[in-house]
Design a protein around this ligand. Sequence first.
Ligand code: SAH
Ligand code: DHB
Ligand code: MG
Length: 222
Amino acid sequence: MSRIIWDAVDRYVVQSLVPEADELEWVVQSNAAAGLPAIDVSAAQGKLLNLLVRMIGAKRVLEIGTLGGYSALWMAHALPPDGRLITLEADAHHAAVAQSNFRRAGVDQLVELCEGPALDALNRMIDGRQPPFNFVFVDADKPSNPEYFSACLKLTRPGSVIVFDNVVRDGKIVDANSDDPRVHGVRKLFEAIAAESRVSATALQTVGNKGYDGLLMMIVNS
Ligand code: SAH
Ligand code: DHB
Ligand code: MG
């Protein structure tokens, strides 16, 4: 019952308020045809990422976990012409599908895809002292969330916004004794944020056509 109504409401929201979803439907098809798992953000969530990037006027966006580039395309479409999105993907097949989608969407000038383990790319960026990112979306292997959080702090500046996906997982995150390494990674992330005075955060539970999950968002304090 709940899953059916969540689906219907998501459809209503997207049909009413998110006309852009139609223009990105080919990405969902292309990823399915290439055998990618359907674990991208929903259209309503993609639009939220797009709005957040525009609300803060972000010019430099970082994504950890590209898959086929669906969430990346929602964010790329929010960037100004001189903006930049760097997205990190470990899986060679996912990266190839995403790169082809970026080309087809005409955003391959705005988007840079770094293939390989995200932590390697993050450490290279930290060592390379490049300009800070204004917005970061973290959506990769959940056990590494604490490491991604500490890397994000080194790659952002006051006013930057950092969003983590999948922080609720059907409510599993309240189980302190869980032996699921993904739950453990999310709980470690919550602990690290709680102990970090440089950021201010909240998390929202979400339901919709991707089930019951949640988004964590924070701002780097001034
Ligand atoms: N953000 C995407 C979905 C990402 S799914 C969207 O909403 O459209 C998670 C992705 O993280 C997968 O493609 C997986 O291959 C990738 N991933 C897993 N571990 C990784 C790692 N250590 N470094 C980089 N990418 C990783
Ligand atoms: C999974 C990963 C995701 O990023 C997501 O949004 C949903 C599911 C997964 O690994 O199962
Ligand atoms: Mg996700």
